[in-house]
Design a protein around this ligand. Structure first.
Ligand SMILES: Cc1cc2nc3c(=O)[nH]c(=O)nc-3n(C[C@H](O)[C@H](O)[C@H](O)COP(=O)(O)OP(=O)(O)OC[C@H]3O[C@@H](n4cnc5c(N)ncnc54)[C@H](O)[C@@H]3O)c2cc1C
Length: 469
């Protein structure tokens, strides 16, 4: 451990005795990696590349604030650690940083008048939802990483769950935030539901991946548990007509909770399993809310899908998706192959360019991959996400697998940008996509972020390199 880090830890132990400190090699290894696919390659390559100097576990906002003040004084670099489910290399301790584990931030309360709930940064999505359910409420946020991702990490990455069309993404779910700035000051954004008093500060921290501050708690919107939940499945002769049907009902203001359109390739497995028409695209829909509303939405969506040439397949395939929606086994199979790699690259594009982005990403990845799957699972008034899962293998070793990962990432993102898509829809940028930030924001836009970073974090100690800052 570098001398300045050793000194810093000694002072923390003396001045903040209740802060947990982990510095054994085993602990440092556990915190060294998240779920970035390249980190699997590093594990296979032998001695692990990057270890944090130590891990601190503060109990509350005041302690965290003191830690950040001391970190500035001693010029010590810091990375906040949430659930460790991030997949873009946002918490790689390349500079032997000190990790701050936020797991003790467990505050929870419900305001039954405003219908909001406060969640500490360290509460997992699953625990938060379960505690709400026990009280008759939901926040409707179900990312696939529900069991491990925590509130602070999900705010920091603008995460999204599968019921996003009804409940929104993390960006839409937050009413207010508490944040510790890199220099230790504590900011509480106001909880008025709409403000016209200058910059909306919560927006500065949403999606900032820890570069502008550490989120300690969030106030989220909540809803009574739905009276009715139901599912529907449709097939379409091609992806294009499925997308047209979805665009049509979304732009009329009809919002099923779940919309998942699998293209002809990704649909194959389910088409085969349920005996649907070969070579078709598959649409899974979930509806929830008040019974009468659900019935009406379902009826209107049905009419629109049929008008676009759909074939109605009942609820079975959609309900079975719901029951198995947290499984990710196939991707891990490829990551653990010595020369293999896989990832989900998620971008977004407006409706008038969605087909081009989808087909260009497919085309770009095809020569490098065994399998490229693709679906559209988060849709908006003006466009949709495009979620591309690639599985690739080389005959080589772990180093070849790592090289292949970067080749796939590059061709996929460049294809998205060249056709009017963006860099990331919801996984964030971390370090893995940092080099592409200017392609989405332009040099001037990225420079705005650099200027904010320099003014909030003059010593550049928090999440160095993340977002290319
Ligand atoms: C199997 C699997 C499925 C996934 N499914 C989804 C999905 O459906 N939807 C989705 O959006 N994402 C998904 N992801 C990606 C990941 O779960 C999200 O990015 C998640 O929001 C990360 O949260 P975390 O708590 O694990 O954060 P971490 O991985 O711990 O951290 C992510 C980044 O945020 C920073 N950070 C952590 N805590 C804080 C804090 N309190 N304040 C400021 N910065 C902080 C970290 O330094 C890091 O840069 C999936 C990942 C996996 C492995």
């Amino acid at each position: 451990m570098q001398e300045k880090y050793r000194k810093f830890i000694e002072i923390i132990v003396r001045e903040l005795p209740l802060v947990g400190v982990l510095d054994r090699e085993e602990d440092r290894l556990v915190y060294a990696h998240g779920c970035y696919p390249v980190e699997y390659k590093w594990i296979l390559q032998g001695k692990y590349k990057y270890l944090p100097s130590a891990i601190l576990i503060p109990n509350n906002t005041q302690e965290l604030s003191e830690i950040m003040k001391l970190a500035n004084k001693f010029d010590v670099s810091i990375i906040p650690f949430g659930g460790g489910s991030g997949i873009v290399g946002g918490s790689i301790p390349e500079n032997q940083e000190i990790m701050i584990d936020m797991k003790r931030f467990q505050e929870f309360s419900i305001n039954t008048v405003n219908l909001t709930a406060i969640g500490g940064a360290g509460i997992t999505g699953a625990d938060f939802e379960n505690m709400l359910n026990e009280n008759g409420y939901t926040c409707g946020h179900y990312p696939q990483s529900f069991q491990s991702a925590v509130i602070g990490g999900m705010v920091a990455t603008r995460a999204i769950g599968t019921f996003s069309t009804k409940y929104g993404k993390m960006d839409d779910m937050i009413n207010s935030l508490e944040v510790v700035l890199p220099t230790g000051e504590i900011v509480n954004t106001h909880d008025a539901p709409k403000r016209s008093s200058g910059q909306e500060l919560k927006e500065l921290f949403l999606g900032s991946e820890g570069v502008f501050g550490i989120v300690t708690k969030a106030e989220l919107y909540i809803y009574p548990i739905a009276e009715k939940r139901s599912f529907e499945t449709y097939t379409f002769s091609n992806t294009e007509s499925g997308l047209e049907a979805v665009r049509n009902f979304i732009q009329k203001g009809i919002k099923p909770a779940v919309i998942r359109l699998y293209d002809e390739v990704e649909a194959q497995h389910k088409i085969h399993k349920y005996g649907f028409e070969r070579g078709h695209a598959l649409l899974i829909l979930g509806f929830e809310g008040l019974e009468e509303m659900v019935d009406l939405e379902q009826k209107i969506v049905h009419e629109i899908c049929m008008a676009f040439g759909a074939s109605h397949k009942g609820e079975k395939a959609a309900r079975e998706w719901f029951e198995t929606r947290f499984s990710t086994k196939k991707m891990l199979d490829y990551d653990l192959l010595r020369g293999g790699t896989s990832d989900a690259i998620e971008v977004a594009a407006p409706w008038d360019r969605i087909i081009q982005v989808w087909s260009a990403m497919r085309e770009a990845l095809a020569p490098l991959c065994d399998v490229v799957d693709c679906h559209f699972s988060h849709v908006y008034h003006s466009g949709s996400s495009v979620y591309v899962i690639f599985h690739s293998k080389t005959d080589g070793d772990d180093f070849e697998g790592e090289k292949r990962y970067f080749e796939c990432l590059k061709v996929a993102i460049e294809a998205s940008i060249a056709n009017g898509g963006n860099v990331s829809h919801h996984h964030g940028v971390g370090k893995s996509k940092a080099a592409y930030m200017h392609l989405e924001h332009g040099e001037a836009g990225h420079e705005v972020m650099r200027k904010i970073k320099r003014s909030l974090d003059p010593k550049g100690i928090l999440n160095k390199g993340v977002l290319g800052l």
